[in-house]
Design a protein around this ligand. Sequence first.
Ligand SMILES: [Zn+2]
Length: 284
Amino acid sequence: MKYNFLRYPGGKTKAVTFSYDDGAAADMRLAETFTKYNLKCTFNLVGLSVERENGLSVDFIKNEILGKGHEVANHGYNHRAQNKIRSLEGVREIVDCRVALEKALGIIIRGFAYPDSIPKKSTEPNNFERIKHYLPDLDIVYARAAGSPSDKFPLPDDWYDWQPTAHHEAPDLFETIDKFLELDVSKLYIAARDPRLLYIWGHAFEFDRNNNWERLEKICESLSGRDDIWYATNIEIYDYVNAYRSLVFSADNTRVYNPTLIEVWFDIDGKIYNIKSGETLELR
Ligand SMILES: [Zn+2]
């Protein structure tokens, strides 16, 4: 064996995910559009707004977001920037939001999107390293940032600094999408055949403000319905990648055991394997 690469469900090399913030009324149209195109989105909701049903009703979130396979993640109880408040307040923002959303929706929430700012650039009164330090203790497993657009489509190497590919208003968005769609991982140099992820983020109310909902339709049309793409929420990607990383190999790489509950695909030197939950597989 030379290299072993993660492959998404079905042996796919590409995944697409969306992440939209704040849960305004415009998110209704957004959710319905993603559902119409069989795309998956993570909705980062504000605890207080959900409690007050300010923007989205609890019924809508349950039926049209969670019920259609989208994810709800934490965006702070009052939508306060983590780097602009003390650690104690930052912790409380996240815990209060979790409690509010979990109580209203009957789910368990592990995802987070940083509200209002780019924590990496922060210095006072809180800083990125301190924020990242307490997130795991709050059972937050990933946190989406926003600030370093990239057309390399990597999976995050730091789950607490998960950088999207682009905002939906990015001027070169459709060039980026074309580049992603045209990418053939199997034709790249043997050490560069990592799985790829296209990650688009934004706010639904921006489509209202800019009066350009047709842009969303165009994004969805260009990305949907492709056999070579896995459409997943942020937490589905996190859980899948961690299942892959939990595989247990024999010393000589001829045997692998899957201790997780998730069926996992991987590529060894161009051959695709899949291993079911609890299975031990001989690699030949
Ligand atoms: Zn926000």
